[in-house]
Write a protein that binds this ligand. Structure first.
Ligand SMILES: [Zn+2]
Length: 125
């Protein structure tokens, strides 16, 4: 059993890669389910009262699907970084990403500071 404080060895990276791959598979299944839900929602014929409710459901499912696509892309990116030997290092500043952050979000490729900066840049803040 590996302790959280153990030095990250090649075996750990193999485990991390397996975890990332498994997460990507779960996301792919979820994305497919969402796409199918959306399709059936859009095909269903509704009376006017249900239609407003349905529009908000479709908007929610669409947002969820797009978040799932983003998460899949980040997972694929993290696997690329891992394969290139840079796993655990921030791709912006080069600092080591904390073990706590990596165990919570193994797909992280930025330290918390750089991630906040990237997020606020993206949201236009
Ligand atoms: Zn950084």
């Amino acid at each position: 059993m590996l302790s959280a404080t153990s030095v990250r060895a090649d075996g750990d990276l193999v485990q991390i890669r397996l975890r990332l791959t498994a997460m990507a598979e779960v996301l792919e299944v979820r994305r497919h389910a969402l796409a199918c839900d959306l399709e059936s929602m859009q095909e269903e014929v509704l009376d006017e009262l249900d239609r407003a409710q349905r529009v908000s459901e479709i908007n929610f499912a669409t947002a969820l699907e797009s978040a799932t696509v983003d998460a899949s892309a980040q997972l694929a990116h993290a696997i690329d970084v891992l394969d290139a030997g840079g796993y655990g290092l921030c791709e912006d500043c080069g600092a080591r990403i904390s073990a706590a952050r990596l165990s919570f979000r193994p797909e992280s490729t930025r330290c918390l500071t750089c991630q906040d900066r990237a997020d606020s840049k993206r949201s236009g803040a």
